[in-house]
Design a protein around this ligand. Structure first.
Ligand code: NAD
Length: 310
């Protein structure tokens, strides 16, 4: 990833020192004016997905759910590259063990976000490992079944809603008291392009992701007076194994080759490319930084300008 060296690419000056992480929220202690970022003469142009600002989040205490792979792991790494302190959780113990080897700086915890008992234990670990919380990234989500609505098993519907929506609710409930004590508090809830458009043959997933948008918008109004920002993030097609599985399942359900579905997806994306997990991570880091301090209540697409789902 290019993010490890990005601080040397661009410097951003704050007119006042950024808030100390761990301080109680106080709007008057936050920076009010920034200089324009400039790219140093002779430096390499930025690569797609690279962050171009010093995020000023040294020591930020971050919880990323489902952080052992995909967008969650990319997000944990992007925060870590900015000096944040991270706890990741995941249901997959083997994947967590692999992260222990590849990214030993990330604290880890086994947790099923749909299970209130393990979520309780997760927040005991947040207190023990981080001593508080500044940013919650509610990332855990499963694809759920690909099938016509009348063929979806009730258990599959319930499991999709339980992980994708109830899991965010359970984690937010436990995070809110901690975030109220933070100087720079935020929540990022992973929705999807399927939380903006209809998604035939994926009704459980789409319903859960539209639910995430409603949950986030309601929570932003509720928590704004405490200085807590809440945004939903709506990734489009993210290059990687998950989207390959989604494309293949969709193709099988429609009886067409996977490449046909892939081409349809690209044709509906203005920028004609899939995004990366790092693109999503960069947006989340920005929103959790002082630079994002006045951005709340949005459902932010990071999708190369996807115009529709197929
Ligand atoms: P992924 O499938 O690559 O990884 C998901 C991780 O979630 C895995 O490590 C898995 O073990 C973990 N997990 C599954 N169930 C869990 C549970 N109950 N509790 C805790 N962890 C659990 O997923 P991803 O592509 O990185 O997606 C991350 C989020 O982004 C999801 O909410 C997803 O819906 C959303 N999203 C992804 C895409 C995409 O194209 N990849 C597009 C739109 C939205």
């Amino acid at each position: 990833m290019g993010i490890a060296t990005r601080k040397s690419v661009v410097s951003v000056t704050l007119s006042r020192p950024s808030p100390r992480i761990g301080e109680r929220y106080n709007p008057t202690s936050l920076p009010v004016q920034r200089s324009r970022a400039t790219i140093a003469p002779g430096s390499q142009p930025p690569r797609i997905g690279e962050i171009l600002m010093d995020m000023k989040i040294d020591g930020l205490r971050v919880l990323v759910t489902a952080g052992a792979s995909g967008i969650g792991l990319a997000t944990a790494r992007a925060f870590a590259a900015e000096g944040a302190r991270i706890l990741i959780c995941d249901i997959d113990e083997k994947a967590l063990a692999a992260v222990a080897a590849s990214d030993p700086e990330l604290s880890r915890m086994v947790c099923d976000v749909a299970d209130p008992v393990t979520v309780e234990k997760l927040f005991d670990a947040v207190a023990a490992n981080l001593g508080g919380l500044d940013a919650l990234v509610n990332n855990a989500g499963i694809a759920g079944p690909t099938a016509a609505c009348e063929e979806v098993a009730l258990a599959d519907w319930q499991r999709t809603i339980a992980i994708n929506l109830t899991g965010q609710f359970l984690c937010a409930q436990r995070a809110i008291p901690l975030l109220k004590a933070s100087s720079n508090p935020s929540i990022a809830n992973l929705s999807s392009a399927a939380g903006r458009f209809g998604y035939p043959m994926r009704t459980p997933y789409a319903a859960s992701k539209w639910g995430v948008v409603g949950f986030s918008k309601s929570l932003s109004g509720e928590l704004g007076p405490f200085g807590i920002r809440v945004n939903a993030i709506c990734p489009g097609f993210v290059a990687g194994p998950r989207i390959e599985h989604v494309l293949a399942s969709k193709a099988a359900a429609r009886g067409v080759p996977t490449d046909v579905v892939r081409a349809e997806g690209l044709a509906k994306t203005s920028l004609r490319r899939f995004v990366t997990a790092e693109d999503i991570a960069n947006a989340i880091v920005f929103l959790a930084s002082p630079a994002g301090m006045n951005i709340s209540g949005h459902a932010l697409p990071v999708d190369g300008d996807l115009q529709a789902l197929m």
